[in-house]
Design a protein around this ligand. Structure first.
Ligand SMILES: C[S@@+](CC[C@H](N)C(=O)[O-])C[C@H]1O[C@@H](n2cnc3c(N)ncnc32)[C@H](O)[C@@H]1O
Length: 241
């Protein structure tokens, strides 16, 4: 299949159920709660009164967490199903989050520069991702912070591989390839692709985080979960424009 941003967005829109969106509507899933959210919030810092863009916001859970912390949030999401869900949540909660339906690679005017842009678990889901990263950086004021999280390119299939082998196994890293998921396809690229693009956009790297699971959070009834203690399934980067 020749992937374009449009075909990827159509796949997300078709395969995502409202039930799955509702199940992770408060603070995401297990991995988000334990590994991703604490890092994103720390890297974003005090967001009170700050204008924050949640780029590829999905069901909007992170937008709502940021609004609870008194940020002024705009969430961008291209799929009908997710942007509708997020807007319904806004109607229910009246937090003042504005949800805009758009492809990050073709961002409309969002009303001026942002103090921070967060793009969580999105760039690896976009076939033509470089214009999307460029748009995230361009949306920032000078000195603003860009925080992005992707599935760690070196350990993408951690849970299943660890469950099967008790260790991580991989035979390819440098090539670009697709990884089919239950609701969308991810596109593997080496870490250097993301970091070199960031550098070419003139960003200064602030921090690079590879979070590990606290052993106390391991559920012995879930074989494979201990892989998250030993290897990072996510890569989270903070940079400054
Ligand atoms: C794994 S989900 C993450 C959603 C959300 N950030 C979260 O952490 O729950 C990937 C998201 O990327 C969005 N996405 C895919 N292609 C996109 C594009 N071209 N522009 C913006 N978002 C896109 C999908 O619709 C989906 O919401």
């Amino acid at each position: 299949m020749a992937w374009t941003n449009e075909t990827a967005i159509t796949q997300w829109n078709t395969a995502t159920t409202r039930e799955s969106l509702a199940a992770s509507a408060t603070d995401g899933d297990f991995a988000k709660r334990h590994l991703v959210n604490p890092v994103l919030l720390r890297l974003l810092g005090d967001v009170r009164g700050r204008r924050v863009l949640d780029a590829g916001c999905g069901n909007g859970y992170l937008s709502r967490m940021l609004a609870e912390r008194d940020a002024r949030v705009v969430g961008v999401e291209p799929t009908d199903v997710m942007v509708t869900f997020a807007r319904e949540k806004e109607t229910e909660l009246a937090q003042g989050v504005a949800y805009v339906q758009a492809d990050l690679a073709r961002l409309p005017d969002l009303g001026g520069p942002f103090d921070a842009v967060v793009c969580s678990m999105v760039l690896m889901a976009i076939p033509d991702w470089r214009p999307a990263m460029r748009a995230c950086v361009a949306a920032l004021r000078p000195g603003g912070v860009f925080v992005f999280a992707v599935v760690h390119p070196a350990f993408e299939e951690l849970f299943g591989t660890w469950r099967e082998h008790g260790e991580y196994r991989s035979r390819r890293y440098l090539a670009e390839y697709e990884i089919a998921g239950p609701t969308g396809t991810d596109f593997h690229r080496p870490i250097s692709a993301y970091l070199n693009e960031l550098a070419s956009l003139g960003c200064r790297l602030r921090e690079f985080v590879e979070p590990g699971l606290d052993p106390s959070a391991v559920d012995p009834e879930t074989p494979g979960i201990e892989g998250y203690v030993h290897l990072p399934n996510f890569l989270i980067v903070a940079a400054e424009r």
